[in-house]
Design a protein around this ligand. Structure first.
Ligand code: HAM
Length: 418
């Protein structure tokens, strides 16, 4: 039986890769302009990092992690997100000794055992950016500004930036208590999972998609009303800085994010073109994460963009398979040898050139050149070898010209790469 890919794990084929490369290149360019540096983190971490970082009572940790025991008996997990790993790397390598502020970005696949559907996969890619070491609300606004600028440069329209504040260690417990009291009175409306969440983590009820749970939340207390004066002040300043940067946003008091590490600012960017999985980006501040994973008291803020969702929103004409500059069609053994040399030389010069390895008929070679959308075709046969000239055909305007065989590499490179 033919072996197929696992459900929720996608191939990204050459036809689609242009958009991915376009997005990645732009992210690097823009993020680096904002002072960010790339970091690469491992695919696998100790399970404890995510259990403590993301929170034991989150959907991700409770039921979505790819966790296994290695041959030494360690519990390891395929990373379901990058923030905790980046924080771990920052602590482990004491990046704070270089500069108090670290701006890092990461691009790579994440793994979550979710029910696959359009826009939701088990392996998915994120572009992630984090700033460690700044508590000031101006950085919250700067990170969001960078994100929105990037999304705009990608060419996306009709996006909505939603923000909220989730409070801090001091004020969140009161809110949690109030929400719990409210939901307990409606527990008969809650699904089994949410009934359990009532005691473990009532905020997670906001993430539930079950209709009766959503109804139960109708009049639920809003976190914003419970913010302590410091959190209120922080949020007020974030909004002010966002407005100063000319960004429009919507306050969404029901957006609590699915990971427990968030404090204060939380944000999402949604696209109404996306259907039910409409969040292109999620992010926020996490001022206790470093301590949760056993480190220093360091504040942080960042976001992750879901690449599959982002790429699906890009207009067709952006990014495509690089076109073939030249196809060399050779007829006969001597011409085949000449073509081999030419292709070899041109490859070393960085020219995207193809030819027919099997030396088939001219007709089939021309058909292939057409299919590969070669911009030029060079034809070499016995006649050309005798006359010392090869025929170069421009496939777009169908014009032809003869090129001398000596010095052909330089001539071709100049012609086809213009
Ligand atoms: P998240 O909201 O879990 O946040 O994921 C961020 C984005 O990743 C989502 O908005 C979505 O576009 C994409 N995404 C999530 N799960 C899937 C999936 N199963 N299939 C396809 N795309 C998906 C985080 O991961 C945080 N680490 C973000 C962050 C960084 N917060 C602070 N810094």
């Amino acid at each position: 039986m033919e072996i197929k890919a696992i459900r929720g794990f996608n191939d990204i084929l050459p036809d689609e890769i242009g958009k991915w490369q376009f997005v990645e290149k732009l992210a690097r360019q823009i993020f680096e302009g904002f002072g960010f540096s790339e970091i690469r983190i491992p695919v696998v971490e100790r399970t404890e990092l995510f259990a403590r970082g993301i929170g034991e009572a989150t959907d991700i940790v409770e039921k979505e992690m790819y966790t296994f025991t290695d041959r030494s008996g360690n519990s390891l997990t395929l990373r379901p997100e990058a923030t905790a790993s980046m924080a771990r790397a920052y602590l482990e390598h004491q990046l704070y000794t270089f500069d108090q502020v670290a701006k890092l970005y990461f691009i790579g696949p994440m793994f979550r055992y979710e029910r696959p559907q359009k826009g939701r996969y088990r392996q998915f890619y994120q572009i992630d950016a984090e700033v460690f070491g700044v508590e000031n609300p101006s950085v919250d606004a700067e990170v969001i500004t960078m994100l929105m600028h990037f999304l705009k440069e990608v060419g996306l329209e009709n996006l909505e930036l939603q923000i909220n504040s989730l409070g801090c260690r001091n004020c969140r417990p009161q809110y949690r208590g109030a929400l719990k009291d409210y939901l307990e009175k409606r527990s008969f409306q809650l699904c089994e999972d949410c009934q359990r969440r009532l005691s473990t983590n009532p905020l997670r009820v906001f993430d539930c998609k079950v209709e009766t749970c959503r109804e139960a939340l109708g009049e639920a207390p809003k976190v914003i009303r419970y913010l302590c004066p410091e959190c209120q002040d922080h949020f007020k300043k974030v909004k002010k800085f966002l407005s100063m940067a000319g960004l429009q946003f919507i306050l969404n008091p029901a957006m609590v994010r699915g990971l427990d590490y968030y404090t204060r600012t939380a944000f999402e960017v949604v696209s109404y073109q996306l259907g039910s999985q409409n969040a292109v980006t999620g992010g926020g501040r996490y001022d206790n994460l470093f301590q949760e994973i056993g480190g220093l008291d360091i504040p942080g803020i960042g976001f992750a963009i879901g690449m599959e969702r982002l790429v699906s929103l890009i207009p067709k004409e952006k990014g495509f398979r690089p076109s073939l500059s030249l196809f060399i069609a050779a007829l006969g053994e001597r011409a085949y040898q000449e073509a081999y040399q030419l292709v070899h030389q041109l490859h070393l010069q960085g020219v995207r050139v193809e030819w027919d390895y099997e030396g088939r008929s001219l007709k089939s070679q021309m058909r292939r050149a057409d299919k590969l959308k070669a911009r030029y075709v060079l034809i070499i046969g016995e006649n050309e070898l005798t006359s010392g000239k090869a025929l170069l055909r421009n496939m777009e305007d169908k014009s032809q010209e003869e090129l001398p065989l000596d010095n052909l590499v330089t001539l071709l490179k100049k012609k086809v790469q213009d």
